[in-house]
Write a protein that binds this ligand. Structure first.
Ligand code: ZN
Ligand code: ZN
Length: 320
């Protein structure tokens, strides 16, 4: 299937059969109008098909992930290794909707070698293999929406070709990034340089595939971004609406289900107080409107519905 949910009535073979068996031209015209109307109706109620895929695992220092929370508390939720690192998923979303294949974030990808791979215990590079399981190749991806440009989200945007050149991993895709995130990633300081790698994204501008966006906008039909800074300048969460479904890919503003607790804010967030307020707003909306929330770094719990009881927010995990 081409990514669109079709009702049986809309199937081209059904139309061909009916058209061939209706003899008089005025009834054929009427039949054509009915088919077009049903097709348009189906487009309106079509639900996006969403899959959480994994590029692999990354290990980050527990102190940096859980911020001000003492180790004796966070280690009950996420057991660290002997280097004090906790395992995090490298999750990204594949959205099939209205004939388009869209990726939201890309994981670390295949370029990282040596020190960085050891430091972060990275086992990545599973993105293309997982797309293949979905019946897709890199050429089938029409758009990539990036929550931000840290290497664990943008690494898979590019790859090394046989001549050792860095090239876009998805040759036909447009890549959507907030403009101030892009500027920030080209103006790094002592804190931000270690979590960016210009090779992950710079060639996208040269190839003409970069689309810079500003603020809360609709990127594609049913796909909206909302600026949720705090983790870094220009961070955005991605909201998918269609067929009665509301799904949000949170990026690093709420990276795991543990971070639903408002006090859990990563130590490497650029503006932690801004993270706090954006989390508060997102969680309130997710509870009120029944969003399915997806965590970019969840391991066992990657998605779920938030619920509020007696003032406490909890998660009802789901697998998609
Ligand atoms: Zn990040
Ligand atoms: Zn991240």
């Amino acid at each position: 299937m081409d990514g669109r949910l079709r009702c049986l009535f809309c199937h081209p073979l059904v139309f061909d059969w009916a058209f061939a068996h209706v003899q008089r031209s005025k009834y054929q015209v009427l039949l054509l109008i009915i088919f077009i109307a049903v097709e348009l109706l189906c487009m309106g109620i079509e639900a996006p098909r969403v899959s959480i895929l994994s590029d692999g695992i990354i290990k980050m220092d527990g102190g940096s992930i859980f911020g001000q929370i003492p180790r004796y508390i966070w280690e009950l939720k996420s057991k660290p290794d002997r280097l004090n690192r906790v395992s995090l998923g490298l999750n990204y979303l594949l959205v099939k909707y209205r004939g388009l294949n869209v990726l939201i974030d890309t994981g670390v990808g295949t370029k990282e070698t040596g020190d960085l791979k050891d430091t972060y215990g990275i086992s990545s590079g599973k993105l293309l293999r997982n797309l293949k399981k979905e019946g897709l190749s890199a050429k089938d991806i029409n758009a990539v929406i990036l929550t931000h440009l840290h290497f664990d989200h943008s690494g898979g945007c590019t790859k090394i070709d046989r001549s050792a050149n860095i090239i876009p991993a998805f040759p036909k895709a447009s890549y959507y990034v907030q403009e101030d995130c892009w500027k920030e990633a080209h103006n790094l300081n002592e804190r931000s340089k270690d979590i960016h790698n210009a090779e992950d994204y710079s060639c996208l501008e040269r190839s003409g595939q970069l689309v810079l966006i500003n603020g809360d906008v609709q990127v594609l039909p049913g796909l909206n971004v909302k600026k949720t800074g705090g983790h870094c300048i220009g961070h955005q969460s991605v909201h998918i609406n269609g067929g009665g479904e509301k799904i949000v890919f949170l990026g690093d503003i709420i990276p795991t289900s543990h971070h639903i607790d408002l006090s859990y804010i990563a130590a490497n967030d650029q503006y932690p107080e801004e993270t706090l307020e954006n989390k508060r707003e997102l969680i309130e909306e997710a509870v009120r409107d029944g969003w399915l929330v997806v965590f970019s770094h969840g391991t066992t719990t990657k998605a779920g519905y938030m619920e509020k009881r007696d003032g406490l927010v909890s998660l009802k995990p789901v697998t998609i």
